[in-house]
Structures are given as C-alpha cells and as structure tokens.
Design a protein around this ligand. Sequence first.
Ligand SMILES: CC(C)(COP(=O)(O)OP(=O)(O)OC[C@H]1O[C@@H](n2cnc3c(N)ncnc32)[C@H](O)[C@@H]1OP(=O)(O)O)[C@@H](O)C(=O)NCCC(=O)NCCS
Length: 436
Amino acid sequence: MARYAHIIGWGKAIPRRVMTNDDWAKLVDTSDEWIRSRTGVRERHIVSEGESTLTLALEAARNALEVARLSPAYLDLIIVATVTPEYQFPATACLLQDRLGASRAAAFDLSAGCSGFIYGVSLASDAIRIGSYQYALVVGAETLSRIMDWQDRATCVLFGDGAGAVVLAASQVPGGVMSHMLGADGSGADYLIMLGGGSRHPTTHETVEQRMHYIKMNGREVFKFATRAMDRATRLVCERANVPLEDVELVVPHQANDRIIQSAAKSLGLPDSAFYVNLDRYGNTSAASIPIALCEVLEKGLVHRRDHVVLVGFGAGLTWGALLLQWETPFPTVPLKWWQRLYNAIYYRWAQLRSWLARLRRRVEGWQSRENGGNGEPRKVPPPSHGETTAPSTARPGAARDEGAKVPEISPTADERASHPEESPTRARGANQEGS
Ligand SMILES: CC(C)(COP(=O)(O)OP(=O)(O)OC[C@H]1O[C@@H](n2cnc3c(N)ncnc32)[C@H](O)[C@@H]1OP(=O)(O)O)[C@@H](O)C(=O)NCCC(=O)NCCS
C-alpha cells in the first residue's frame, strides 16, 4: 500500500533581542537605506547570553510537536539542519533528542548551508515513504550572530538567528511531500565559507587573528547562483510531481534577499504575491529561514487544503534544493487543553531527570570499574534505553496503544469531516493527547 509523508506539526523559535538597521549603522559604516534597498532587511533577531542553537531548536521542536499533538516518545528520527551547531560534535540533534526525551529516535545533524532544511525534509520524507520510519522531526536552527564578523559590513547586516521545525508523519492519504530535488556544486565552496576551526585550518592564535572563524562571502557570485538555482529547482519539482507551475499556490523561498526572490518570481513567470517574504523582520537565518517562513504561512492560514506549496532554497556548498507539497493537514489546529500542557511539561521534566540519572549511572559505573582496577568482571550490558532499533519499526511506545503495522493517518477537524466525509485523512496522535 502506498505511503505518503505529511507535515502534521510546525513551530518556530525567535530570539527576543531585535537588532535594527540603525543599530548596525552605529557599529559599522552602513545605513538603513543601503541595507533595505540592497537586501530588503529591516531588522533581525539575535540571541542573547544563555541562548544557543540548541535552545532555539528545542523551543521550535516542542511547538511543532504540540501542533502535531504527538509525544516525543513516538519520534523515530530527528534531523537538525545547521551550520552553527551547539558544538563541533556531538550532533546538536543528539542533544535535542535527549532534551525532548525522544528516547527511541535516531538523530543526526545535516550541513547543507541554507538548503539544509530542504535536504532534511527530503531525506526524512523518503525514509517515511519507504517504510523505515513513522514519525520524523526536522529542525532548521541557526545562531549566525555567533559566526558573523561584526566588523564586516558586507556580511554582518544580512544574517539573523532563529529556528523552525516540522513533524512529518506517514499516512496512506495521498499528498504531503510529492517531489523533491537536491543539488550541490562544491566548485563554488569558496563563495560562502568559514575557513577556520576545521581540519584544514585548526584553531590557532593565527586563525583567530586572521578572522578565519567568521563567515566569508562573495555576495555577487552567490547572488548570480541563487537566482538560477531557485528557478531550476522550482521547475524541476513541479515537473517531477506533474504539477504545472501555474497550479502552485504558494512558494516559500529561502529568505536571503528580496531582489533574489523578485528575480526568481520574474523568471518563473509567477506573481510576486505567490512568494512569501518575511526577511524584512528576520534577515537571512540560513537553514532556519524556510521553516520559520513556512510556520508563519501556516499560522496565518495562507495555505488551504489541496494547495500546492513549493519550498525552495540555496546556500553554502554550494547547495540548492526544492520540494513540492500538496497540503492535506486539516486546519485550524486545535490548541492543547491545560491538562495536556501540564502533561507535556511533566514529560519534559521527566526527560531531564532521566538524562540526569543516565549520566549518574555512567559515573557510578566508571567509579566502580576504577575501584576494580579497570579489569574486573565484564559488566552486564543494560537493556537499551535509547531506541536502538535497526529494522523499520511500526511499534509505538506504550504497548497498550500499539497499533502494530497500521499506518497512522492525519485526522480532520469536525468541520472538515462534515464537508469531506469520504476523503478526510486522520491525524496521528500521541499517547499524551489520546482522548482529548
Ligand atoms: C551582499 C549583497 C547585498 C551586496 O549587494 P551588491 O549590490 O552586490 O553590493 P556589492 O557587493 O557590489 O558592494 C557595493 C558597494 O557597497 C559596499 N557595501 C557592502 N556592504 C555594505 C553595507 N552594509 N553598507 C554600505 N555599503 C556596503 C561595498 O563595499 C561596495 O563598495 P565599493 O563599490 O566602494 O567597493 C548582494 O551581493 C547579495 O545579497 N548577495 C547574495 C548574498 C546571499 O544571499 N548570501 C546568502 C546565501 S544563502
């Protein structure tokens, strides 16, 4: 039976601190007029002390799970697309997995620049469609303010921080991610790069002095590449899904530059109004820009059932990619009741406690093995507590609610059930929201 991958939840996290063009004009030789006319950006949000890529990813992920009405315990896969991970390693996705209490999810980071979210959703939806996974969380999260050169006016004014996330679910209902395309051309790697801190230029006093730990960009070349990539990628996903361009109701592009978006609209022959733009408020948030924009589009009710929506992006690598969605998830989303929120809050506390206990257990085991001179009896391996599943799994946590190999579906609202009695899909629900 055919399986489809639908977006059933979405969420975003935007740092509170706002930095306007005028604020930048106090720090570097620039002006509000220059920034607005060349890029379209008016302001952007910047993390404060205590905030990081992980904290933004966590907030966006929790919001997406809430909309999906899904417990993190059901997640099979977590992908975090980012060029500003919490650490060089381990993956921010693993830290997120731990903080969410997504105990059976595989987790990894994905570095594909600003195309990262498109890459992540494409891979996750393929994994869902072939039956490897039921539920996946894809997050785009960035703190570009931590790697941009605050003295380089050519780059610093462009970027902002934020995160966006979606939950994907398997369903038999046709629709969801209908097609995608991903591209890369490493010959353009130098156009957008952070030179220092990797294997080629490990961190030294010299690399820091030479400002090699900041974003370096050839704006003009990236601009030329971006306009071509947006056009080609959009056309290709429409072709692959057999959907004429004029049937696309909405395009959610990577929010890098208003002029790039306008140029793509022109070459595709689509009206500017078909493109959602929010870069004036956020700047370029790299892998987070498309999920943040998608989230706003959905929150504002700009997408309707059966609409065709194209997500398209480009970025460092060079990389590019697009995907075409046929929207099936019902609106409006039902807000959680107070006790469901309370349940979630308790669940996240429990996840933190469990993580703390796991760390404590490792310490005690380490202490015991030192006591034994490190060569005592082989320890018994505890049963896996984190979802070490190897085969495609359809079993949900909570045996009482296990529906075996049945493919979960997207549930309609009462209104939608009434208006489409024969075709409304059913939304998958988490154990914590059952019976709501
Ligand atoms: C960065 C970008 C806005 C620059 O616009 P541009 O019209 O190409 O401007 P240029 O780079 O040609 O620079 C023009 C002049 O403005 C100056 N300038 C650059 N940044 C400036 C700023 N913030 N304020 C004022 N002047 C600035 C340059 O120094 C240059 O001066 P010069 O002619 O005296 O040398 C544009 O190239 C762009 O958006 N490129 C794509 C970048 C992108 O999307 N990156 C992310 C990809 S994911």
